[in-house]
Write a protein that binds this ligand. Structure first.
Ligand code: DQA
Length: 142
């Protein structure tokens, strides 16, 4: 199974600031991953606690890779960071917007040091790039 995790406010994609995040809904973004990878399980939640709990479950439910857009938690959630670190599978962090070209608080990701690949600023295409990165990482691990 490939876990596609979305954090707070990403449930609002489609109508949330389309000039920054594009017009695709979270389901449409997950569909981009599904088109490239079999066995995708999508989890979207506003709560840090439930996201952490989902990552804990991924340690023993057959999850082979994680693609995560943690939303604003990216920038400050050490709990999410630690939960990702616990997972020994390939991990890809993805952001729709170019976080480095926005407010200064978005330039730093506490998650990046514990993932294999970070993709930022490629919009919806970033999810295809994330899927390809996950597939390549899985291939490399055999
Ligand atoms: C985001 C970037 C974050 O800074 C922001 O808080 C989001 C979305 C992105 O996909 O560009 O919610 O992760």
């Amino acid at each position: 199974m490939i876990l596609v995790l979305h954090g707070p406010n990403l449930s609002q994609l489609g109508s949330r600031d389309p000039a920054v995040y594009g017009a695709a809904t979270v389901d449409e973004l997950v569909d981009r991953v599904r088109a490239l990878l079999p066995g995708v399980d999508a989890f979207t939640d506003e709560s840090e606690a439930r996201l952490v709990a989902r990552l804990h479950a991924a340690r023993s439910d057959g999850t082979r890779a994680v693609i995560a857009n943690p939303g604003a938690l990216t920038h400050y959630s050490y709990a999410l960071r630690d939960a990702l670190e616990l997972l020994a599978v390939p991990k890809v962090e993805v952001h729709l917007s170019q976080t480095h070209a926005r407010e200064s608080f978005r330039r730093h990701s506490v998650v990046s040091p514990v993932v294999d690949v970070t993709i930022t600023g490629a919009g919806a295409m970033g999810y295809e790039l994330a899927a390809r990165a996950a597939a390549e990482l899985l291939r490399a691990r055999g």
